[in-house]
Design a protein around this ligand. Structure first.
Ligand SMILES: Cc1cc2nc3c(=O)[nH]c(=O)nc-3n(C[C@H](O)[C@H](O)[C@H](O)COP(=O)(O)OP(=O)(O)OC[C@H]3O[C@@H](n4cnc5c(N)ncnc54)[C@H](O)[C@@H]3O)c2cc1C
Length: 430
């Protein structure tokens, strides 16, 4: 069946799609494979707007400590305020330090906090909300998908290792970056689409969030404080780095700042971030199936931030399903955040390996952030994930002009940002 839709303009000038009843896809049972941020959010949001569907969430490891920094920038907290209000333990920080490949550093207090969750806690919180909304949790691994009908809307049978069989009208793959279930639905990820990660859950506590860049390296190391430990790790493009290189860089970062990994549990995982090429041929949905979150490769290619996009893609799919129009989901993703991520994929290489005024971009930004509020705000917006990658280059130029003004003012002894940014020597003595 060819699905047609009609666009109307609302009185506020917004484009809204309306469907005739013959075009609405009727779904009774929806199976979501994966109960992480993407799957749990999709289930919860769908069930809050539709009570006439059955939603099964298959999760092989509910409430587990998924390898992750667990950092939730302000835009996540703004859209999902329950994350800020939750009684579950999480850490709120405003103190951050960026360190350049040559050791130059900028430490400042962020205008907006970053929340850091252990993933065991975050996954539990989101999964509980989905269950409260009516989702049925099946604690099992889906090992196979089998199409039993070619009718639009699709009909599937899901299989579990002990011979369990579950029928559904629509299957949502929310099973993260390592899943093999997407194989029969969409092109496989290539090494260009993956970040390699490695790290430690270091016992102890700290207030400072620290990010370190390295010259000639397409990635970064981080130390994110959590309520009772720190997530200390490193991520870089899988085609252009090796695990040995990641380990060596992370260990020198840990040694320099005194993060003790001797007794610390280790983590390692892949994080899919679609390359420019993959964005061109990406497939987010087809008859009877959809991909959300990491399973779709929806993470920020520059920062590796993925929790927001996992939750948001789950929410956008839920909205499309609630309207009986699952095929509108890819377009919703593209206009909501997909085009921004695709543009980011164009810039990643230049961001990490390019030069700005004779220094690596990251080094120059940190040097300028140490001296000017204009660049500190730019770094803050990068952490918050609100920088428009389409306008990043002009924004850097415009920020540089403002920064020159600030530095000129400071050189006349007026009140300025230098008082709030610490110098390298004071940083190292802490
Ligand atoms: C080291 C590292 C650090 C990161 N740091 C950050 C950060 O600080 N901030 C941020 O925003 N993002 C970060 N990310 C990205 C973030 O972790 C992911 O983008 C996010 O978890 C994606 O959510 P998801 O629900 O799509 O997938 P996942 O969180 O991977 O959830 C998928 C779920 O599916 C389950 N599953 C898998 N296969 C099956 C199956 N066959 N049957 C049943 N269940 C199955 C898994 O058990 C898992 O719980 C980081 C990623 C890594 C690897």
């Amino acid at each position: 069946m060819k699905l047609r839709e009609r666009a109307i303009l609302t009185e506020h000038g917004q484009r809204r799609v309306i469907l005739s009843s013959s075009e609405v896809v009727h779904l009774k049972t929806i199976a979501i494979v994966g109960g992480g941020p993407a799957g749990a959010t999709a289930a919860e949001r769908l069930l809050r707007s539709r009570t006439d569907v059955r939603v099964l969430v298959f999760e092989e490891r509910p409430y587990w400590e998924k390898p992750c920094g667990g950092g939730l920038p302000y835009k996540v907290l703004e859209r999902y305020p329950f994350l800020l209000e939750a009684a579950e333990p999480h850490f709120l920080t405003r103190d951050c330090e960026f360190v350049a490949g040559n050791g130059d550093a900028a430490r400042f207090t962020m205008r907006r906090p970053l929340a850091i969750y252990s993933r065991r806690v975050l996954n539990g919180l989101l999964l509980d909300r989905a269950r409260q909304a009516g989702a049925e949790l099946v604690v099992d691994r889906v090992v196979d998908l089998h199409r039993t009908s070619e009718r639009p809307g699709g009909e599937w049978e899901l299989r579990t290792p002990q011979g369990g069989r579950f029928a559904c009208d629509l299957v949502v793959i929310a099973a993260g970056g390592r899943t093999t279930l997407r194989r029969q639905l969409a092109p496989q990820f290539t090494p260009d689409d993956l970040l390699l990660t490695f790290g430690y859950y270091v016992p102890g506590s700290a207030d400072l969030l620290r990010v370190q860049f390295f010259d000639g390296f397409e990635g970064y190391a981080w130390a994110f404080p959590r309520p009772d430990h720190l997530s200390v790790g490193i991520a870089a493009n899988a085609r252009r780095s090796s695990m040995a290189d990641l380990k060596q860089r992370l260990h020198s970062f840990m040694e320099q700042y005194g993060y003790d990994g001797k007794e610390a549990p280790i983590f390692s995982h892949v994080l899919p971030v679609l390359s420019r090429h993959s964005w061109k041929q990406m497939k987010l949905a087809g008859p009877g199936w959809s991909l959300i979150g990491d399973a779709a490769g929806l993470a920020d290619p520059i920062t590796g931030e993925g929790i927001y996009f996992a939750m948001r893609s789950g929410e956008l799919l839920a909205e499309a399903l609630a309207e009986g129009a699952p095929y509108t989901y890819p377009r919703r993703v593209w206009s909501d955040f997909g085009s921004r991520l695709a543009f980011g994929a164009l810039l990643t290489h230049r961001f990490y390996l390019g030069n700005f005024l004779g220094e690596p971009c990251t080094t120059r930004m940190i040097q300028l952030a140490r001296r000017t509020t204009a660049f500190r705000h730019l770094l803050q917006d990068l952490i918050d994930g609100v920088v428009s990658y389409r306008t990043l280059a002009p924004r850097v130029c415009w920020t540089f002009v403002r920064a020159l003004g600030e530095m000129a003012l400071n050189s006349f002894g007026g009140p300025g940002p230098l008082g709030t940014a610490r110098t390298d020597s004071s940083l190292r003595s802490e």
